[in-house]
Design a protein around this ligand. Structure first.
Ligand code: DGJ
Length: 729
């Protein structure tokens, strides 16, 4: 089946598979106009034309005879021409000082497959037949500048990916001040915005609001995708629920500064623009050079938010995550951070590891504090040599002992950072991001290394390589604990300083590509003070992410629920921690802490040497339960049932591909006397199958339509349960 067709007479491109259609029309003025994105259209009959009317103060393009065509009102694919006063997709600064460009349709290509993006993470295909790519080429009217707009449609996904490239074939140099990854215009209809806002320890809080006239701006200027605003947005019909209705999801495959604007114009058209944040950005493009935008993913669902999330999950799982662990069950780990913080020695670590092994955990992770003289967070970043005071037998000795216990060994690193109190800083003070002559802003007592510099990356690479070669390691946690300030690189020319933040990201990606290629057996978990860089860019290199430094089970219900909107469960790191919780002071039962952590990639992060026998027994049961259902949890289909953002309940469900088994998580968050009779209706089951539920046989149709009385037997605050369903043989 052809996925992309071009109707030459009408000049219409139609990208479609069995689920979705995307229509572009080369309009009057040789402008690629947007017609439609949504549920599959069999055949387009050219009826949906831009309503031509003369709107005062909406100007007409040069030399146009009609007054009815204006860039200000037409829906477009990549707007930037004069006369469109809405959010534009690009802005170029020409040698003359002019910021006016005038790109018109020039040519197109349609190819099988999906080309790679050089230097940037992106979704990939496993065979040419899996996708087709359309590239629409626009040319500026004055200069030999070409804009290439690429659209890939996958044969079996409700997804279109986009990226754009500017080629400079003129004899002038041009500055790219903005180049978005996508623009999508919606014809007038009421719409709502869903996005994931937050801060440290409160990542990816789900927000939903009406799109009102004007501009809503979401983004990060922190040099990372950030805790504060995930590079994701969704546009939904007001009536859309978790299970029904239309929704469009947008996700940027990028880990640096990003921006999404949502603009409703006076004619109720909505324009979504997503890409690198233009804040303090500019890129000098000399003759013969090209600039490539990151990739943006667009998902369409007519099956509500769950449908959208499942599309993201399967795309990211099958076409973004790579390496040995792509489909592998992720090990249950024990991490010493919240158990010891910086205060440990080999004996203490081995004691925790031994307890972890006895519980049935599979991997022990040594967190921050093992190198230099790192007894607090003021020193040693950049000096990646073990502290022999804490580890007299070195990392290799410790790793050997952990392996002898039957556990895998993992290590924490924070390679992008430098402490003022470090040998590295004493030798290379210019390696930190800084503006000469100005003070350097401090974050967690540290500076950011200038990863745009090749010499900096090489030094850190060699240090890590030495460790990774000498120490038997199966896992690495890659942390990043502050945001950028004084974004200036001492090696770049003055007119290229606007490139620093993006060059940093390109440098980081190059580093990660090299490292993960050289050490394919290592499972990498990305982290940035928890989930400060939980984005598809990092997922391309590291299949897991430590979702948040907030280990409180009740907070985690929201964090993990919000995260699941976009990211697959196999990527969401979740641990049982001690109570009172370190971040909130809340006391929750071990059972609820386990149930929440078992809804992600499971582990323990508390001092296991101080447990009662009952706690140990319960933990052993949790570990055994998780091992038994790990495949279902990590790789099953995930459905959200009750939102902890909306009420006193949180619930979700994992179902296997054949719908033969399922696992329900349910929590009634705060206790109530004389509580209402709550019914939980399940989704995603086979209505024609019978399931065994807590010893009783119940039809899939009954579970989905009648539901279950769910919290009659619950007592006390923060109660939760897991219910396992299995098809009757
Ligand atoms: C922040 C991480 O999110 C924590 O898990 C821990 O690794 C600390 N950094 C260590 O400094």
């Amino acid at each position: 089946m052809k996925l992309i067709t071009y109707d030459e007479k009408e000049q219409i491109f139609h990208l479609s598979n069995n689920r979705i259609s995307y229509l572009i029309q080369i309009e009057e003025e040789n402008i690629p106009a947007h017609l439609y994105f949504g549920k599959r259209i069999r055949r387009y009959h050219h009826h949906f034309q831009y309503p031509r009317t003369d709107r005062s103060f909406s100007p007409n393009p040069p030399f146009s005879e009609e007054r009815q065509f204006s860039f200000d009102t037409v829906m477009q694919e990549f707007p930037g021409n004069p006369g469109d006063y809405r959010t534009l997709s690009y802005e170029l600064l020409h040698e003359t000082g002019s910021r006016v460009s005038d790109f018109r349709y020039y040519d197109y290509t349609i190819e099988k497959g999906k080309p790679k993006l050089s230097g940037l993470p992106a979704t990939y295909i496993n065979g040419q037949e899996e996708a087709e790519t359309l590239t629409i080429i626009l040319k500026d009217q004055l200069y030999d500048l070409y804009l290439e707009l690429s659209y890939t449609i996958f044969a079996d996904q409700s997804v279109i990916t986009r990226s754009n490239r500017l080629r400079n074939e003129s004899d002038e140099q041009v500055f790219v001040n903005k180049l978005a990854s996508l623009t999508l215009d919606f014809a007038g209809r009421p719409l709502e915005l869903i996005h994931l806002n937050g801060t440290w320890s409160k990542e990816r809080m789900m927000m939903r609001e009406a799109i009102t006239p004007g501009i809503k701006l979401l983004g990060s200027t922190r040099g990372s995708s950030s805790h504060h605003q995930n590079p994701f947005a969704a546009i939904a019909a007001p009536e859309t629920t978790e299970d029904q209705g239309e929704v469009y999801g947008f996700s940027l495959v990028y880990s640096g500064n990003h921006q999404t604007t949502i603009e409703r114009d006076p004619y109720d058209q909505v324009r979504v623009t997503m890409g690198i944040n233009p804040h303090q950005f500019s890129w000098k493009l000399a003759q013969g050079e090209q600039f490539q935008s990151p990739e943006a993913v667009m998902v369409y669902s007519d099956q509500g938010l769950n449908g959208m999330s499942q599309s993201f999950h399967s795309l990211f799982q099958d076409h973004l995550v790579r390496g040995n662990y792509q489909y592998a069950q992720r090990p249950i780990l024990a991490n010493n951070w919240e158990a010891t913080f910086f205060d440990f020695d080999e004996e203490k670590i081995l004691a925790i590891a031994k307890e972890a092994r006895d519980l049935g955990a599979e991997l022990f992770v040594l967190d921050d504090g093992w190198y230099g003289h790192r007894d607090n967070d003021d020193s040693s970043l950049g000096d990646w040599v073990e502290d022999k005071n804490k580890l007299p037998n070195g990392l290799a000795g410790l790793s050997r002992k952990v392996h002898e216990m039957g556990l895998k060994f993992g290590l924490w690193v924070e390679p992008e950072m430098i402490s003022e109190d470090s040998e590295l800083f004493r030798q290379h003070p210019d390696w930190a991001l800084q503006v000469p002559g100005r003070g350097k802003t401090v974050g967690r007592g540290q500076f950011v290394l200038d990863f745009s510099r090749q010499d900096v990356r090489e030094n850190i690479y060699q240090q890590l390589k030495n460790i990774f070669e000498e120490v038997p390691l199966e896992y690495v946690k890659w942390d990043m604990n502050r945001n950028m300030t004084e974004v200036y690189s001492t090696l770049l020319a003055a007119d290229q300083q606007g490139e620093t933040a993006h060059r940093y990201m390109l440098g980081l990606y190059e580093f990660l590509e090299r490292l993960t290629t050289e050490f394919p057996a290592i499972l990498f978990e990305s982290c940035s003070g928890g989930g400060g860089r939980f984005d598809p860019g990092m997922l391309y290199y590291m299949p897991q992410v430590w979702a948040s430094d907030n280990t409180d089970a009740v907070s985690r219900m929201q964090i993990q629920y919000g995260t699941s909107l976009v990211y697959p469960i196999s990527s969401i790191g979740a641990h049982v921690a001690a109570v009172p919780n370190h971040q909130t002071g809340r006391i929750t039962s071990l059972e609820t802490r386990g149930n929440v952590a078992m809804s992600g990639v499971f582990g323990y992060e508390l001092d296991l040497t101080h447990l009662s026998d009952e706690e140990k027994e319960l933990m052993k049961q949790q570990v055994a339960f998780y091992k038994e259902h790990r495949q279902l949890i990590q790789y099953g289909s995930y459905y959200r049932l009750k939102s902890p953002f909306e009420g006193n309940q949180a619930s979700w469900l994992f179902v296997d591909e054949k719908k033969t088994e399922a696992l329900v998580f349910y929590s009634r968050i705060l206790a109530e006397a004389s509580t209402a009779f709550h019914v939980l209706k399940l989704t995603g089951l086979d209505p024609n199958k019978e399931y065994i539920v807590e010893g009783q046989i119940i039809g899939g149709d009954e579970l989905m339509h009648l539901g279950l009385y769910i919290d009659e037997d619950m007592w006390g605050d923060y109660a939760s349960k897991l219910i396992y369903l299995k098809e009757v043989d």
